[in-house]
Write a protein that binds this ligand. Structure first.
Ligand SMILES: *Cc1c(COP(=O)(O)O)cnc(C)c1O
Length: 220
């Protein structure tokens, strides 16, 4: 069995969704996995995503997982399945505005800063609170977005205890959100875990893992 089938077997029993992170990989590699039944693919650059979306089967579910600039939101809003990387209220407002123009409801996750590195994007708890307060205000100012949960990336380290602690902190923020705000049932996703740390992430409550190099080989 190949890496894809092994991974599917491993996670299927655990109710975790696999996002195949296809960034930098050519269409043929995506088609290989598509032919084996994979439908959810993740990209982190807008232009690359637009090219692939145009060229590949229309029933692929595209996940945007990279840092998103506000002026590029309008290009992906018409088709994106889930934006994992909302890291400011301003960005969220822009997604709502662009989605309203085309009368679509767009699914998003809020990206939390859980790693020790400062280089990684994401919200702190105070910013999360601000967004959830805004989102759950009545009447809601957002009619065209649906917040589906949280996303986070652990520190890139061999220290498994550290990684586990960070994933646990994301799970805690998720539980905090659910218990402090009246959120719809669709607020249920925790996107955490990559090739090097997905097993720990699943143990700590991940519902979606984002796997690139393990499926496609290491990137140039
Ligand atoms: C590239 C990337 C991944 C996949 O990383 P791998 O280590 O190749 O599995 C997951 N999440 C984000 C946000 C990424 O940019």
């Amino acid at each position: 069995m190949d890496a894809f089938e092994n991974l599917k077997n491993e996670i299927d029993a655990q109710n975790v969704e696999l996002i195949a992170v296809s960034k930098t990989n050519p269409n043929e590699r995506i088609t290989d996995l598509y032919d084996k039944g994979q439908r959810a693919f993740g990209e982190n650059r807008v232009q690359e995503l637009l090219d692939k979306q145009e060229q590949l089967p229309k029933n692929i579910e595209w996940h945007f997982i990279g840092h998103l600039q506000r002026n590029k939101v309008k290009y992906i809003v018409p088709f994106v399945d889930l934006i994992h990387s909302i890291d400011s209220l301003k960005l969220l407002k822009e997604v709502d505005k662009q989605a309203k123009k085309i009368d679509r409801k767009v699914n998003v996750l809020l990206q939390m800063h859980i790693a020790t590195e400062d280089s990684k994007f994401g919200l702190d708890k105070q910013e999360l609170i601000e967004i959830l307060e805004y989102y759950t205000a009545a009447p809601s100012p957002f009619k065209n977005i649906s917040i589906r949960g949280l996303m986070g990336m652990a520190t890139f380290t061999e220290d498994k205890k550290q990684v586990r602690k960070e994933f646990r902190s994301l799970k805690d923020l998720f539980e905090f959100s659910k218990s402090s705000y009246v959120l719809h049932d669709a607020f249920k996703e925790i996107s955490m875990g990559m090739s090097g740390d997905y097993s720990i992430a699943i143990e700590e409550g991940s519902t979606m893992i984002r796997i690139g190099s393990m499926l496609f080989g290491s990137r140039a």
